[in-house]
Design a protein around this ligand. Structure first.
Ligand code: SF4
Ligand code: SF4
Length: 395
């Protein structure tokens, strides 16, 4: 009888958390897209056929239920390779209609919107598309061209191909630095909210190195077997992984070119224009060519992609971002042959307009996926080094 009383008392205390416990765990309602991931992963967790494909499945098996933060984490860990859709015996026409990549893609967009900073601008993710990208580039190019025309330099050949005789160095810095710094701040603060919610734990050096390795090699675009993703059909291809690499490393080389030129300018007092054999020019040339190859390849794959792989609502955002990168790279490369001609100023206006549009749309566009995915990879690298709370296996 005494034992029964004790059990009743314990149950009553557990039922009144506010009175007896300091910690109340909030339960957050799932959106429709998150509820679909919850449904899909609950079935996958019983099946587990796809365990070797990517990090999503081993991370899933560490959970018996999926809260909002878990779902956001797993959705960003998914690289949308399509392998688990083409392998799934419960995909349409089965009544379960399992489609992991599509369910994850829909949640990813919600993640970007939910964690956007400032939150009021989160809705821009849904409006960021090809039309906005091109219209913004055109408007900024026009603005710069009018400014050059007012000085009378629009159709003149700048002496020695010197850009700064059209737009002085300090003016360019004052135009670009605030936009770029705001983009970094907005992305950084958004990411901080996501990181806090997924409760990652402390990152060891080994976990950071592991996540960096997976992110830089795009390990999970290899389909788990090394032969690559599914794109338009059941065939495996490494094309998306390779074009992503061309694009990412091309962007980084262009960024390095600008950084080296900035160091030359401020530290060594060496002002542009630089020789063709100079480090900024060589880095910029290699980066520009790599970006053109990567973005054209990604655009082609995006247009041919199997309709069931992704979220159709995100295609304008994907294409807008790819188009801006391509435009920035093409106009940057076009500056070289235009250097000694009257077309230089107009080409420069177009290049600066495209780069400015790219920076302006960065915090509310596809660029964010790299940040959130890297954070999810780091969480996985930390998590897999910890014992599983479920203690069902020997991991
Ligand atoms: S995607 Fe399909 S085959 Fe793969 S684990 Fe889930 S239910 Fe199983
Ligand atoms: S689509 Fe690819 S990366 Fe995403 S869960 Fe399936 S196998 Fe993993």
């Amino acid at each position: 009888m005494l034992q029964l009383d004790a059990l009743v008392r314990e149950a009553t205390e557990l039922g009144t958390p506010a009175a007896s416990h300091n910690r109340v765990i909030p339960i957050q309602a799932l959106s429709a897209a998150e509820a679909e991931v919850d449904r899909v992963l609950t079935i996958c967790n019983s099946c587990r056929y796809c365990e070797g494909f990517c990090a999503v499945f081993p991370a899933m098996t560490r959970r018996l239920e999926f809260g909002k933060a878990d779902i956001n984490y797993l959705a960003n860990l998914c690289h949308n390779c399509g392998a688990c859709l083409h392998a799934c015996q419960y995909a349409t026409p089965h009544e379960f209609a399992i489609n992991v990549p599509q369910a994850m893609a829909k949640v990813r967009l919600e993640t970007y919107v939910d964690y956007a900073w400032p939150s009021a601008l989160g809705a821009l993710y849904k409006r960021n598309g090809l039309t906005l990208a091109l219209a913004l580039t055109a408007a900024l190019t026009l603005f710069l061209a009018l400014a050059a025309a007012r000085q009378g330099s629009l159709l003149q050949t700048p002496a020695g191909g010197n850009f700064y005789s059209v737009f002085p160095h300090n003016l360019m810095v004052s135009l670009f630095a605030p936009i770029f710094l705001f983009a970094l701040l907005a992305l950084g603060l958004g990411l901080r909210g996501f990181w806090k919610d997924v409760s990652p734990g402390a990152a060891s050096a080994a976990a950071v190195a592991d996540a960096a390795d997976k992110a830089l090699r795009l390990k999970f675009l290899d389909g788990g077997h090394g032969q690559g993703c599914n794109e338009s059909d059941d065939a495996f291809t490494l094309a998306r992984r390779r074009f992503h690499h061309f694009t990412f490393y091309g962007f980084m080389l262009c960024f390095a070119a600008t950084s080296v030129a900035t160091l030359f300018h401020y530290l060594l007092g060496w002002e542009a224009p630089y020789d063709y054999a100079s480090l900024p020019k060589l880095l910029g040339l290699a980066g520009g060519i790599s970006l053109v190859i990567g973005t054209i390849g990604l655009l082609r794959l995006n247009l041919q992609r199997h309709a069931m792989h992704g979220d159709a609502a995100q295609q304008p955002m994907d294409r807008g971002f790819i188009a801006l990168l391509l435009l920035a790279a093409l106009t940057g490369l076009a500056l070289l042959p235009a250097r000694g001609s009257a077309a230089l100023t107009l080409t420069l206006c177009l290049h600066l307009g495209a780069v400015m549009a790219l920076f302006a749309t960065m915090p509310y566009g596809k660029f964010a996926h790299g940040f959130f995915r890297t954070a999810a990879l780091l969480k996985w690298a930390i998590e897999k080094r910890q014992p599983s709370n479920l203690q069902l296996g020997d991991d």
